[in-house]
Write a protein that binds this ligand. Structure first.
Ligand SMILES: Nc1ncnc2c1ncn2[C@@H]1O[C@H](COP(=O)(O)OP(=O)(O)OP(=O)(O)O)[C@@H](O)[C@H]1O
Length: 324
């Protein structure tokens, strides 16, 4: 059952803007522009620049958990890429006690791939999205499902991918300078796909095997797009209380995956399986560890099994109104 938009969606009053200065699309001058836009409309605006990995989780959690409800932010702006968005989301869902769920997340796409922003705002300019949130009645808060990765306890917002989709990350470093944003991911994927060998895998959805055998990638989510451009889960709805999963099997030439997945052509491949459920278990069967990422960050050392459980409606997120 879809989760309805929060009724009436009162406009926010107090913002915490979390900026990642290390994100691919960061520009110092834009931070002040974003803060000014918010100050024109809101009673209080705080800007926090992260200092390293994990900082946004703690900063958001501290801000939303402390003090009285009158002083807590009701808007958390994640200004960075998908890693920053995931960390801000983690900080929000860790909020406990009275007032849980007060603050909603707004994504400002200052990363490289920005798949999270695309999920909620498509290709709108970020200034339009911010204005719509600040003006009453022009945007909605929806409660989005997250996945919880049982082996680490982390929450997954956008999705998690094994195999080819995870090996793209170490390859990013070798992409020639000058290539930016989504193009960097496209170059890294093409380079990795040329030599990729499928791994022996199995994916189980709610106790039933969906796919078993040579595996190019298994993607669980979450967002329809990965790396901002590959439509891996075209049927995914982020608020249906279920996780979507797609497995591309070894019968597909890995070198064709970039072009196939741009337009969801992988769904017509003979070895592709697509499923949906509450628990998805992804395994590697040769005793080696899974090569896995989630939300664009590597999760090396996870072992040979990754277990994803849906957390329905866990995260309030500002989004464009449906159909507009
Ligand atoms: N001050 C900092 N210095 C270095 N790394 C940081 C800092 N603050 C945050 N980080 C880390 O930077 C990593 C990358 O950030 P992020 O994902 O937001 O940008 P990106 O990789 O350019 O974008 P995308 O994920 O959309 O491709 C995150 O894992 C985050 O934890």
């Amino acid at each position: 059952m879809p989760y309805p938009a929060v009724p009436a969606c009162p406009a926010p009053t107090r913002a915490l803007i979390v900026v990642n200065p290390a994100a691919g699309g960061h520009r110092a001058d834009l931070v002040e522009r974003l803060a000014s836009l918010c100050r024109e409309r809101l009673a209080s605006v705080a800007v926090l620049r992260t200092t390293g990995p994990g900082d946004a989780v703690d900063a958001v959690h501290r801000a939303v958990a402390k003090g009285t409800v009158e002083h807590r932010p009701d808007l958390v702006v994640a200004a960075g890429g998908d890693g920053t968005v995931r960390e801000a989301a983690e900080g929000l869902v860790r909020q406990g006690g009275e007032g849980r769920g007060d603050a909603a997340l707004l994504i400002v796409p200052w990363g490289s791939a920005n798949s999270g922003y695309r999920m909620f705002w498509d290709d709108r300019p970020w200034r339009d999205a911010v204005s719509m949130v600040l003006e009453p009645g022009r945007a909605e808060v929806r409660r989005m499902d997250l996945a919880r990765l049982a082996e680490t306890g982390d929450h997954v917002l956008l999705g998690s991918c094994t195999g080819l989709g995870a090996q793209i990350l170490p390859a990013l470093a070798a992409v020639p300078a000058g290539s930016r944003g989504r193009d960097r991911y496209a170059r890294a994927l093409a380079a990795v796909a040329a030599d990729f060998r499928p791994y022996p895998g199995r994916v189980t959805v709610d106790g039933t095997v969906l796919a078993e055998g040579p595996t190019v990638l298994a993607n669980v989510g979450g967002g329809r797009y990965r790396a901002g451009q590959y439509l891996l889960l075209p049927h995914s709805r982020p608020d249906d209380g279920l996780l979507d999963v797609c497995v591309i099997g070894g019968r597909t030439d890995p070198a064709r995956v970039p072009e196939l997945t741009r337009h969801a052509g992988h769904l017509g491949e003979p070895g592709t399986a697509y499923g949906r459920g509450r628990r998805v278990v992804v395994e590697r069967l040769d005793g080696e560890g899974l090569v896995l990422e989630h939300d664009g960050e590597p999760r090396d050392g996870i072992g040979s099994t990754a277990t994803f459980d849906v957390v329905p409606g866990a995260l309030p997120v500002w989004t464009a109104p449906a159909g507009r």
